[in-house]
Design a protein around this ligand. Structure first.
Ligand code: UD1
Length: 427
């Protein structure tokens, strides 16, 4: 297994380009199952999760080709064509690697009238059930049985529109049902839908494929189902989590970066919190610049569905608060058990106490390098941030987690002056 070694203390200077959003790209790729024509995605990131979903879609019969390698102008361009669905089973060995695989469920039932998708099971950051996906499809007329760890869904006469009120905000359930509703008979209304930019991106792509969707960007989506959808060309939005992560990398090292392609409108809650902590943002022609003004101050943060502070930046924010003046209360409201990074940060000298869903971080003047273990995607990158700021050497193990969501991370940071290298492992 690869490791990452960092010698901390160098302020980052320069520019970093952010790629296409992983969490937009994954549902967009599954939208290719909805049509027998070609869906071309521009600015598709090159990440382990994208490869996992590529393997799953290929099993279903989707032909996938890279039309153009990554370039600064377009990112990677990839075409997906599900001329015929040859297999409606999403097997456990692929789904367990990545929960987002469950996003094939809605499109497969809508297009083929049946699907057999493994239940994703728990993961490092909590139980994460898929009951809302299942209930929504049942309301749309699918018969669903759970059998041997699989969701067996059948709708031999097709899905029909329904009025679905989500009891809690779920990004994945909104996306799954949005796709299913696009091919259902009649109107579907999704109430208390997720408003994350990635949901909006999916909705815009579906519209380009011929779907009729009102309320994009709001918490009520109204979809008029169509008999068929067609091919389209769609550009994936930029990754707001990668954007926020590099903004925090500039802040934690006391450096200054230009984030190329970064969209401040997507991270307003983050900009506000970081601004209160002493981080300065300025829009530029190609994105924005970010720098730490003077000292960093502790600020309280609570994760919330969009437009609130994203849970996917909670671990990185915590790393930043470890070196701030004063205390910060960080409260996680989306996932239970998303403080796996706390004991690892503590190994680097951080002073953090957990009280239920909140972590009280008391800032210390400096962290010290240590060997640490990556536990999940965002936790791993918080350790990278801590390592960049720490005195001495930090070695992060199990970095395959990082490769799920950050493209060429060590290359991008090294180009801005970080002393960071990947050590290839033999296992
Ligand atoms: C997506 C993102 C993930 C992000 C999360 C929250 C992708 C591929 N992943 O995950 O990076 O952290 O949104 O912004 O886009 N829940 C239920 N029942 C359900 C579905 C969800 O109880 O059927 C709960 C979950 O356990 C969690 C909360 O709802 O506590 C939010 O989960 P959800 O928004 O569905 O997250 P994902 O779509 O899995």
């Amino acid at each position: 297994m690869d490791r990452i070694r960092i010698r901390g203390g160098s302020p980052l200077k320069g520019s970093i380009a952010v790629g296409g959003a992983k969490n937009a790209a994954l549902p967009l790729m599954t939208a290719s199952l909805l049509t027998d024509e070609t869906l071309t995605l521009v600015n598709l990131p090159d990440l382990a999760d994208i490869q996992t979903l590529t393997r799953l879609l290929e099993r279903h019969g989707v032909g996938i080709a890279v039309d153009a390698p990554a370039s600064a102008a377009t990112g990677r361009v990839v075409s997906l064509r599900a001329r015929e669905i040859t297999d409606v089973t999403a097997p456990y060995d692929l789904v367990r690697k990545m929960r987002a695989s469950v996003l094939v469920l809605g499109p497969l039932v809508a297009r083929c009238g049946q699907a057999r998708v493994s239940l994703p099971g728990g993961c490092a950051i909590g139980a994460r059930p898929v009951d809302l996906h299942i209930k929504g499809l049942e309301q749309m007329g699918a018969r669903i049985e759970l059998d041997g760890g699989y969701i067996n869904a059948a709708a031999p006469d097709g899905l029909r529109g329904a009025h679905i009120v989500f009891p809690m905000v779920s990004v994945g359930a909104t996306e799954n049902l949005l796709m299913a509703a696009s091919l259902a008979r009649g109107e579907t209304v999704l109430v208390n839908a997720a408003r994350e930019p990635e949901v909006g991106d999916l909705a815009r792509c579906l519209v380009a494929m011929g779907a009729e969707i009102d309320g994009i960007g709001t918490d009520t989506l109204r979809i008029q189902g169509k008999e068929r959808l067609h091919g389209a060309v769609h550009r994936v939005i930029s990754d707001r989590i990668e954007t926020g992560t590099y903004a925090m990398a500039a802040a934690i090292t006391g450096g200054s970066l230009e984030i190329l392609g970064g969209d401040l409108d997507q991270i307003q809650a983050v900009e506000k919190v970081l601004g209160a902590a002493g981080v300065v943002f300025e829009r530029t022609e190609r994105g924005f610049s970010v720098a730490r003004a003077n000292g960093l101050h502790g600020v309280d943060v609570m994760t919330e569905p969009f437009p609130g502070f994203p849970t996917d930046l909670q671990a990185q924010m915590m790393a930043l608060m470890c070196v701030a003046q004063g205390a910060a209360m960080i409260t996680e409201t989306i996932f239970e058990n998303r403080f796996m990074h706390v004991p690892e940060l503590a190994r680097m000298g951080a002073n953090i106490t957990i009280h239920g869903a909140s972590a009280l971080v008391r800032g210390t003047p400096r962290l010290t390098g240590a060997p640490v273990m990556a536990t999940d995607l965002r936790a791993s990158v918080s350790l990278v941030l801590a390592g960049l700021a720490a005195e001495g050497e930090t070695e992060i193990n199990r970095v395959y987690h990082l490769d799920r969501g950050y493209e060429r991370l060590e290359e991008k940071l090294a180009a801005c002056g970080a002393e960071i290298e990947r050590i290839k492992g033999s296992e």
